[in-house]
Design a protein around this ligand. Structure first.
Ligand code: FMN
Length: 187
């Protein structure tokens, strides 16, 4: 499989990697495996601009500061979610119960929104404090206002300040993690 960008192995390369395409590609594959071995959670990000809403499966999420309470999400700049978060300047991060793992496959392309029934791809939602959609089935959510956008190659890192957060289900509910699925994203 070609590396993202389609130009073969992506540098930089450490000094012990031989000066050949094969060696560079081998290192590229190894580095991808190392990156994919990083443990991740798995979330649905809610986004909104005006009356347009979306939900997207995402694992590149982390807390970034105690004070203020900042969380970061890495979003493909070609994704509909990117456009909505950039223009709407808000997002919600929904944690998902392990037993609801099937949901992640339902949020990998722009969703069907039913504004009357208040569903995203058939999953009930309500609008949070920021206006971003929060899934009814989320175990917990962080509702965030975007404070900064950092371009990271084909992705953007959005830094959001948590303006509302709550559990909607039992706090002890086992949460979905990347390792609970056969999918990967990263490397
Ligand atoms: C398991 C899994 C994890 C994903 N993680 C991310 C992620 O962290 N960031 C991202 O931009 N896209 C991620 N994606 C891809 C998005 O879910 C989605 O396919 C794509 O970005 C288009 O989203 P859109 O509906 O906003 O256009 C992931 C997909 C899967 C299946």
């Amino acid at each position: 499989m070609a590396a993202p960008g389609g130009h073969g192995a992506i540098g930089p390369f450490p000094p012990d990697v031989e000066d050949s395409d094969d060696a560079r590609e081998e290192y590229d594959r190894l580095r991808r495996r190392v990156l994919r071995s990083m443990p991740y959670g798995l979330y649905v990000v809610g986004s909104r601009h005006g009356e347009r809403r979306n939900g997207m499966t995402l694992n590149w999420a982390t807390q970034l500061a105690f004070e203020p309470k900042l969380v970061g999400i890495g979003v493909e700049r070609t994704a509909f979610t990117y456009e909505l978060v950039r223009d709407g300047a808000v997002f919600s991060l929904n944690t998902i119960a392990r037993e609801d793992r099937a949901i992640v496959r339902k949020f990998t392309k722009p969703v069907d929104v039913d504004p009357e029934a208040r569903t995203l791809n058939g999953f009930g939602f309500r609008d949070g404090v920021t206006g971003a959609p929060i899934l009814d089935l989320a175990v917990a959510y962080l509702d965030c206002e975007v404070r900064q956008e950092v371009t990271c190659g084909q992705h953007a890192l959005f830094l959001g300040e948590v303006v509302d957060a709550a559990f909607q289900r039992d706090e002890e509910t086992p949460l979905l993690r990347m390792e609970d699925t056969r999918m990967d994203y990263g490397g």
